[in-house]
Design a protein around this ligand. Structure first.
Ligand SMILES: [Zn+2]
Length: 388
């Protein structure tokens, strides 16, 4: 992490020194050639373009990679990746869409330094993006002795000890009772009860579990999201119960963030001055936001939301199928809405409606310990399935 921080600092400095401010432009940049040459302690990558490219260069670790993102790039028909050389072990497209093209260089060693600059030949419009990378000198010796073994061992130990974090969010609380039935049945109590049972079950399954509230407290929606981010959530489950005008309406349902909710939130985050603070450390792996607005910033923010959306929807569908063995399902049990607690790019999240307090059968289930336990067990099965 320290290494990455250092690198990003270096990159920012280099940007300030060499790169004009990003322009929000739809101008297509044609990329004609990519070359790799060896220099002392590293390599130089040259990318030929027909005008100044909008780009971003950064490194990733485990495994070590250099990432070059180019906005609005088109590759010429005869473009091909060069043979690998020196510390560069492979070159490939990381992702490729209309807005940003990513080229990934697999590296044999971690990087110490990255320098980028645009070169302009004396005549013509052509530009060259030069990226010079320098590896850690010490790493050569490490690699040839026990360095590799050592790092492998640390990695597997880390994986073993890493417990996945599930944040359960009992809806409502305090002055906000949620839905109710008569004077005695309140959503806030039902969902807190169930959440505590679910927490115990998940902990039994080896997960680290946190509740956004464990008593009858009122907590703002934003604070619930912030709490999950702070706890490093791998999964967020908000627990609710429903009510309907029709007493016959019953069944379990799961909500994930709707596309319009996602688009609006991504747009909002992209406009924030300090949008980096929205992302958790985990979510920032592979995300690289700088100050200022650029197509690349927008791209990362959208990608981060899209990624968790796919993951959330997958979990929702597994959960519905598991719970269907123990509970009746609402018609179209997998639904989409713009709920505020689902608006995070940091972890997959779902909002569950356990059943309807306005339906006799559901209401009796919701207060029945056996039903609660058996449904909670199905939640654990779904979480296991998600993280297997
Ligand atoms: Zn609710």
């Amino acid at each position: 992490m320290i290494f990455l921080k250092k690198i990003s600092k270096i990159i920012i400095l280099i940007f300030l020194a060499w790169n004009p401010p990003f322009a929000l432009s739809n101008d297509t940049v044609n990329v004609s050639k990519l070359r790799i040459s060896l220099i002392q302690d590293g390599a130089r990558i040259s990318i030929d373009t027909d005008k100044n490219p909008t780009y971003e260069v950064f490194s990733l670790q485990n495994p070590s990679r250099l990432v070059v993102d180019l906005a609005n790039a088109r590759f010429s028909k005869d473009f091909s990746f060069p043979a690998t050389k020196g510390l560069i072990d492979g070159v490939r497209f990381g992702s490729f869409d209309g807005e940003v093209s990513r080229i990934v260089f697999d590296l044999k060693l971690p990087l110490k330094n990255i320098k980028t600059r645009i070169r302009k030949p004396s005549s013509g419009k052509k530009r060259m993006l030069h990226i010079e990378i320098e590896n850690h000198k010490d790493s050569f010796t490490l690699k040839n002795t026990k360095g590799n073994k050592k790092s492998k061992k640390t990695k597997s130990n880390k994986r073993k000890s890493k417990r996945l974090v599930v944040v359960i969010d009992p809806g409502h609380g305090g002055k906000d009772p949620g839905t109710s039935y008569g004077p005695k049945v309140s959503e806030k109590d039902i969902v807190l009860n169930f959440s505590k049972i679910l927490k115990a079950r998940l902990e039994g399954g080896g997960y680290r579990v946190y509740l956004t509230r464990d008593n009858d407290n009122f907590i703002k929606l934003k604070e619930r999201v912030e709490y999950a981010k702070k706890k490093g959530a791998d999964l967020f489950i908000s627990i609710h119960a429903d009510a309907s005008q029709k007493s016959s309406t019953r069944g379990f349902s799961v909500y994930t963030l709707s596309q319009s909710g996602l688009d609006r939130e991504a747009e909002k985050v992209a406009k924030l001055e300090n949008n980096r603070s929205i992302f958790s450390k985990k979510a920032l792996d592979g995300v690289n936001l700088r100050k200022g607005r650029s197509p690349i910033d927008h791209y990362y923010i959208n990608k981060a939301f899209e990624r968790v959306k796919i993951s959330s929807t997958e979990f929702a569908s597994v959960l519905v199928s598991e719970v269907s063995e123990r509970s009746k399902l609402l018609k179209r049990p997998q639904r989409y809405a713009g709920f505020a607690v689902l608006k995070s790019p940091n972890y997959p999240s779902v909002l569950v409606e356990l059943g309807f307090v306005t339906n006799d059968k559901d209401r009796s289930n919701l207060s029945n310990r056996n039903w609660q336990e058996s449904v909670a067990k199905k939640f654990v099965d779904a979480v296991n399935e998600k993280f297997k």
